[in-house]
Design a protein around this ligand. Structure first.
Ligand SMILES: Nc1nc2c(ncn2[C@@H]2O[C@H](COP(=O)(O)OP(=O)(O)O)[C@@H](O)[C@H]2O)c(=O)[nH]1
Ligand SMILES: [Mg+2]
Length: 448
């Protein structure tokens, strides 16, 4: 019997009751002259087959129950362009509502943190090598060549571990390419139990002084500045924590896990089942969150989720000073505004709650502090105060106006300023958002 044969129950009971009319009865009857031993064996086999059949029935029933339950549970969709912080917000939800599960994965994240660290080291080595290759160079010396050679084993470890977790293991990731893992979190158990990952941790530990020397070198810093290599911008930045994250007994903190960077290929479905004793989970019902890819070419996968979710958390950084990685002709904020209008206007989503997060507000603050002039990028900003409040206020009103104008019917506008890598401030917001979504859902289920 196979799972694709759901009718087997009925066919068993619906057939003619007379055994003689049952075409299978003859096959089920004990063979003539059966020995006691053969009989025992036959009955055991029969019992086993029945047990398996019951187990399969139970599995079908369970997956159907889960399916029906999913129908009733609240489902939240995270939307926003690539790099807007969707996966980081998901981690915040997990930290708050399923902390034990989150906790059990720290070991896997340790390897990701180290991979992120190696990736920064690789960017520096590449910058140095390019400088050596240039016709004239004065910033780098033989000592840098030696240091790069000493650090080379790190790059080998990077390739080994990345190949191990890559969603396309037959095409080993080249150096410097983004590594995509398959959704479902299998990569976490692979990392937690792999000798290769353990070995990588040891290699990083053995080279911690060299990594430190590289990063402390003033000529290297000067070179990075000259070449405009900004390690911080891509996320997964741990160069200011070298001693801590390379230590033998290092265990990633919540904040490390939030900042660690790994790319998932495809849609992640996360089931939030109430954890007994979790402080954030009092009175919480089960719910689901979908984290989808956000790059321009992959947004078609969003659509099937539109008629099953009750709430959307829409993320956008206010990165009017950047263009899309996948299409450098498109300004990031313009792309976000365009998406926002489309989401607000979509008739499938007209009953859906839409919650806007202006994310990466720490970066905006830092940029403004460093002298960023908003109106140079957004002429319509004109002579408004070039401050954090000035910027958020201006863009908030823009997003609010589009929301009002585009929504097929009136709905509330929810808006938060977030720094998703900051666990503390985000925990509060996540709590408020969750409460709001469930309040509306409860209200509506009472009306129905
Ligand atoms: N500085 C800063 N970095 C963030 C923030 N939110 C996310 N990031 C980082 O930005 C990168 C992209 O975030 P991610 O959640 O993967 O974006 P996604 O592509 O939308 O899933 C990651 O390295 C995050 O650590 C934030 O509020 N501030
Ligand atoms: Mg993501």
């Amino acid at each position: 019997m196979t799972i694709s044969d759901p009718g087997h129950h009925r066919s068993r009971t619906r057939g003619p009751s007379l055994d003689s009319a049952d075409p299978f009865a003859i096959h089920m009857a004990p063979p003539e002259g059966e020995t006691p031993a053969a009989r025992a064996e036959r009955l055991a086999a029969q019992q086993y087959a029945e047990k398996m059949s019951r187990q399969i029935d139970e599995q079908i029933l369970q997956s159907k129950r889960l399916h029906d339950k999913k129908d009733k549970d609240v489902k939240i969709l995270l939307l926003g362009q690539s790099e807007s912080g969707k996966s980081t917000v998901l981690k915040n939800f997990r930290l708050r509502f399923t902390p034990q599960y989150f906790d059990s994965e720290r070991n896997a994240w340790r390897t990701v943190v180290l991979l992120n660290l190696i990736s920064s080291v690789r960017s520096i080595i590449t910058a140095i090598e390019n400088e050596f290759a240039a016709p004239e160079f004065n910033l780098v010396h033989d000592s840098h060549r030696t240091l790069c050679a000493e650090l080379a084993p790190l790059l080998e470890e990077e390739v080994t571990v990345n190949t191990l977790i890559s969603a396309t293991p037959n095409v080993p990731p080249g150096q410097g390419q983004d590594v995509f893992v398959r959704p479902g979190g299998e990569w976490k158990s692979v990392l937690a139990n792999s000798d290769e990952a353990k070995h990588a941790v040891e290699v990083v530990f053995g080279l911690r002084d060299e990594i430190d020397s590289l990063w402390a070198d003033t000529a290297v810093r000067e070179l990075l500045e000259k070449k405009d290599v900004s390690l911080k911008d891509g996320g997964g930045y741990f160069m200011d924590d070298i001693a801590r994250v390379t230590a033998e007994d290092y265990v990633p903190t919540d904040s490390d896990i939030l900042r660690a960077r790994i790319k998932t290929m495809g849609v992640e479905e996360h089931f939030f089942e109430k954890e007994v004793g979790a402080p954030g989970a009092r009175g919480v019902k089960d719910f689901w969150i979908y984290d989808v890819p956000g790059a321009k070419g992959s947004r078609a996968v969003w659509i099937p989720f539109f008629d099953m979710v009750q709430a959307i958390v829409f993320l956008t950084p206010l990165s009017f000073y950047e263009v899309l990685e996948e299409d450098s002709r498109v300004n990031r904020l313009e792309d976000s505004v365009h998406l926002w209008k489309e989401i607000c206007a979509n008739p499938l989503l007209q009953n859906c709650q839409i919650i806007l997060f202006f994310n990466k507000m720490d970066i905006l603050k830092a940029k403004l502090k460093a002298g960023l002039i908003i109106k140079e990028y957004v002429p319509s900003f004109a002579d408004r105060p070039n401050t954090y409040a000035g910027a958020t206020g201006y863009f908030k009103e823009k997003f609010r106006a589009y929301h009002k104008r585009s929504s097929p019917k009136p709905r509330a506008f929810f808006y938060y300023e977030t720094t998703a890598v900051d666990t503390r401030s985000t925990a509060k917001i996540i709590g408020a958002v969750h409460e709001e979504i469930f309040r509306k859902h409860l209200h509506e289920s009472i009306l129905i």
